[in-house]
Design a protein around this ligand. Structure first.
Ligand code: RRO
Length: 313
């Protein structure tokens, strides 16, 4: 069974990556997870200056979902270049690494990418244009407005030849059009989806359960939203898609592949089981063998929307 793929000019051992913001830079998971069984990793989003993040609690359960408001806690680009990237190169040498980049302004994205270009030692970028928890962001996340997205993506495009993924938000009228805007402005791939804004209220204190108030909803409750987003983006774009949102097992991952994703990211599942991602990679192989599927590429985009719309005569 052929589970390897060549995408962005490099080999991915399998389609399973750890999602941005759920694995730091890999250090905390290295003792429990076998990184050699994954296709890649997306780091915690990196800002220009260090950020301490939002008030605790930063993560709570919310029914069939997780709600987070970490607030972009990260050590800043200098430390990422001096400590985190060298650590990943030494300890995770076989992994495809995307550095997630976030900021308040187009200029911050550019400054971070310029600094990272001087260091190198990773495959590409995931531009996080969709964080729902950035309290200092005066407007709205770039991914909610194709015009703002265009400015960031096209500016970063001029600074690097590395692959650029753009991570989108689900809470837009038509995510296909936002994905299209990413492609037209130079993205090499699109990651769908980030968390969706949510709120959990403690009925006794009548206060928000999260220290920051609202947060981002992830986990099983988000899966159908993500699978649809990939399907819709597939209709509107030709570049590789990366599916994320509520992938807890191999069947969830395969839904994303069928909808048109070439790669998938596992995030919330890692909080419940730090080895979830490697189990999902193994489960995809098992599924394909049982179904007599020789090559993963025959799954990708195999779902086609051929249902008739009720009421049309
Ligand atoms: O740090 C966060 O609170 C956070 C980020 Br950057 C993001 O992109 N998505 C999310 O749910 N939380």
């Amino acid at each position: 069974m052929q589970i390897e793929q060549e995408i962005f000019g490099v080999r991915f051992r399998n389609p399973v990556l750890l999602a941005g913001g759920t694995c730091g830079f890999g250090e905390e998971l290295n003792d429990v997870l076998d990184f050699d069984r994954l296709g890649g990793i997306v780091t915690k989003s990196v800002t220009y200056d260090p950020r301490v993040g939002n008030a605790a609690p930063r993560v709570v359960e919310a029914g069939n979902a997780m709600l987070n408001s970490i607030g972009l806690a990260n050590p800043g680009v200098e430390v990422v270049c001096s400590d985190k990237i060298p650590w990943m190169n030494e300890n995770l040498p076989s992994l495809q690494v995307f550095i997630s980049v976030a900021g308040h302004l187009k200029e911050e994205y550019c400054a971070i990418v310029k600094r990272l270009e001087k260091t190198g030692g990773f495959l590409g970028y995931e531009l996080n244009l969709s964080c729902p928890n950035d309290v200092k962001m005066e407007g709205m996340p770039f991914a909610l407005d194709p015009e703002s997205l265009k400015e960031v993506v096209s500016s970063v495009r001029e600074l690097t030849d590395r692959p650029i993924l753009v991570k989108l938000a689900p809470n837009v009228p038509d995510i296909g059009l936002v994905a299209q805007a990413a492609e037209v402005n130079g993205a090499d791939g699109v990651t769908l989806i980030n968390t969706i804004p949510g709120l959990a209220i403690d009925v006794h204190s009548q206060k928000a359960e999260l220290g920051a108030g609202q947060g981002g909803v992830s986990g099983p409750a988000l899966r159908a939203v993500g699978v649809y987003a990939v399907h819709r983006a597939r209709q509107k774009t030709r570049i590789p898609l990366v599916g994320a949102g509520g992938i807890m097992n191999e069947y969830d991952a395969i839904q994303y592949l069928l909808a048109g994703a070439s790669l998938v990211q596992v995030g919330t599942a890692t909080f419940a089981n730090p080895r979830a991602a490697q189990g999902i990679a193994r489960g995809i192989v098992r599924f394909c063998e049982n179904q007599k599927i020789d090559c993963i590429s025959s799954l990708i985009g195999a779902y086609t929307d051929d249902v008739e719309v009720a009421g049309d005569v």
